[in-house]
Design a protein around this ligand. Structure first.
Ligand SMILES: Cc1cc2nc3c(=O)[nH]c(=O)nc-3n(C[C@H](O)[C@H](O)[C@H](O)COP(=O)(O)OP(=O)(O)OC[C@H]3O[C@@H](n4cnc5c(N)ncnc54)[C@H](O)[C@@H]3O)c2cc1C
Ligand code: SF4
Length: 439
């Protein structure tokens, strides 16, 4: 895996590798390969016996919303702290002795990454790994370590990474024996390292000068989705710490897809369907006002369900059972992008004569939603141009160049959400008729 000039990890193929072994191993484990099993097939094999199937969240035993009430898991977590609580308790119960997850690292001259996959072996290390990293990561290093170091492991990952892990476990008996659980994170999309650079630069810390970054700083009294960022780095030669609510910063809107990996526009797994348990944010009106954060949780493994039920009974967890459809509602825009939106993007790609990975969604044009179709096109353009424009801004050392290049595109995109003149007139007429009828 190599970092490209835009700050994304890219898979590279060793030209000396034998072609036949490449076809057998790599194509069988790449989550976007035509020869790999899909999430339904993987899920059916793992969970089909004990779990009903839902066409958006896959197989599930139980679904909850809530948070950790014991200790400081919730304070230290991005959301309700369930991600760290689950892996900590798998360790405390003696079910695993190592946690593979994403930890902060000290950047150095040879390697300026702020985060990487690492293996934690103590509870304190596990807790230090809490929080979401909207940052490029890769797992070749830790997978090598799992092969070399016997133990019982749990891995935390976003959906496509866990799909790859499940596929890898089918090919590699050592990994299959050592990886005992997979904990999934709900995923909107992955960002290049420029996402952190973009925010830090607005705080006066130029790209290359960041030392630490918190993508999810909770701000008391604000809605959970109105969180902040905190960055530590060099500003005019001085080490400083700066915090800002994201809504004050340019580029905070995830809907614009700034710095998105291209693969994410060909993804149909929002909730990590191959995971034994998935955790995400409960972006729902009844939970969003709590600035401390609330999780949605989808359980697929009986042992983890037992752990959660015990936690609830002992007052360590405050979890409400919710409907599977309610979990889907908490990720409405993610599912729209990766169902209807994906169907149209697949159609566009095929129409241009290009390859796209096989998906569980069929390519389709929605004839009655021309604006929606145009929005999908613009989203692809925005993501692609954001990588290019930011690199140009870094090359000339001027953040405003990035804004200048992106603004015309954003304006075009936003226009697609504005109701047309005719729609405005129709809405106004409807209101007038309602008023006249006294309703
Ligand atoms: C790229 C990305 C996109 C996301 N998009 C959405 C979304 O659209 N909707 C939504 O509801 N939730 C999304 N999440 C999940 C959300 O941000 C929280 O991570 C989740 O709610 C768990 O919070 P927590 O407080 O329970 O976990 P915490 O207690 O904070 O624990 C998080 C765990 O995840 C690990 N981790 C952090 N970043 C990564 C990473 N990049 N890859 C693998 N492991 C990691 C940490 O090491 C830690 O073990 C996303 C997460 C990531 C990393
Ligand atoms: S959106 Fe899909 S492809 Fe992109 S990082 Fe998330 S799981 Fe992977």
């Amino acid at each position: 895996m190599q970092m490209d000039e835009y700050g994304k990890f890219t898979a590279t193929i060793n030209p000396l590798a034998e072609q036949s072994s490449f076809e057998l191993s790599v194509e069988a484990v790449c989550p976007f390969s035509s020869r790999a099993q899909n999430e339904d097939q993987i899920g059916q094999e793992l969970f089909g016996k004990d779990c009903p199937y839902h066409n958006k969240i896959g197989y599930y035993q139980a679904t909850y919303a809530g948070f950790v009430s014991e200790g400081n898991f919730r304070d230290r977590g991005s959301s309700g702290g369930m991600g760290t609580w689950i892996v900590t308790n798998l360790m405390l119960e003696g079910l695993v002795d190592r946690v593979i997850h994403v930890q902060p690292r000290h950047p150095c001259e040879d390697d300026s990454r702020l985060f990487h996959y690492q293996i934690s072996t103590t509870i304190e290390q596990v807790k230090q790994g809490a929080k979401s990293r909207y940052y490029p990561i890769e797992m070749s290093e830790v997978i090598r370590q799992v092969r070399e170091q016997p133990g019982r492991y749990v891995i935390v990952g976003i959906p496509c990474f866990l799909k790859a892990v499940r596929l890898l476990m089918r090919q590699d008996a050592i990994l299959a024996e050592r990886i005992k659980f997979c904990v999934g994170l709900v995923c909107g999309h992955l960002k290049s390292r420029r996402f952190a650079d973009m925010f830090a630069w607005q705080c006066g810390i130029e790209p290359g000068n960041i030392v630490e970054f918190d993508f999810r700083k909770k701000i008391p009294g604000r809605n959970a989705n109105k969180y902040g960022i905190e960055v530590v780095g060099l500003r005019d030669g001085q080490m400083v710490t700066d915090t800002s609510p994201v809504d004050k910063l340019y580029g905070k809107d995830w809907g614009l897809g700034f710095f998105k990996y291209k693969a994410c526009d060909y993804c149909d797994d929002v909730v990590a369907e191959a995971a034994d348990v998935s955790v995400g944010d409960a972006w729902l009106p009844q939970y969003i006002q709590d600035s401390q954060g609330t999780n949605v949780v989808i359980v697929r493994h009986s042992k983890i369900r037992e752990l959660l039920e015990q936690g609830i009974a002992m007052g360590k967890l405050k979890l409400d059972q919710i409907d599977a459809d309610e979990v889907v509602r908490s990720q409405e825009s993610g599912f729209r992008h990766r169902r209807e939106g994906l169907a149209y993007r697949l159609h566009l790609t095929a129409h241009q004569g290009e390859w796209h990975p096989p998906k569980r969604i069929q390519a389709r044009v929605n004839l009655f939603k021309p604006l929606f179709n145009k929005q999908q096109v613009m989203r692809v353009v925005l993501a692609k141009q954001s990588h290019i424009a930011f690199k140009q801004a870094v090359d000339v050392g001027d953040f405003h160049l990035f804004i200048k290049k992106m603004e015309p595109l954003i304006k075009q995109y936003r226009m697609l959400y504005k109701p047309s003149r005719w729609m405005q007139i129709a809405q106004r007429l409807k209101q007038l008729v309602k008023q006249m009828l006294g309703r």
